[in-house]
Design a protein. Structure first.
Length: 85
């Protein structure tokens, strides 16, 4: 019984998103220009791509974003050290 109700809510959320579009909010900032988004209605995750479009967050794109976040963090730390000295 408990498994049916979330499934029904999920399908209504997806139906609303199909008609009215997703309600995206930023779930993670990767760099200044690349972000990950999550839909507050259906929970679908999306990300900015290198082309400037928003695409579904696939495991491959998630791995790429994690790698980009590491590089961005390392560069930001390096700039902070240079400014301090
Ligand atoms: Zn949605």
């Amino acid at each position: 019984m408990s498994t049916k109700k979330p499934l029904l809510m999920l399908s209504i959320g997806r139906l609303l998103c199909c008609h009215f579009g997703h309600r995206l909010h930023i779930s993670r900032r990767i760099t200044n220009h690349i972000k990950e988004y999550s839909c507050s209605r259906c929970g679908q995750e999306m990300t900015d791509t290198a082309n400037g479009f928003v695409a579904d967050l696939t495991p491959r794109l998630q791995e790429t974003n994690t790698f980009l976040a590491k590089i961005h963090e390392r560069r930001r730390n390096r700039k902070m050290i240079l400014k301090a000295s």
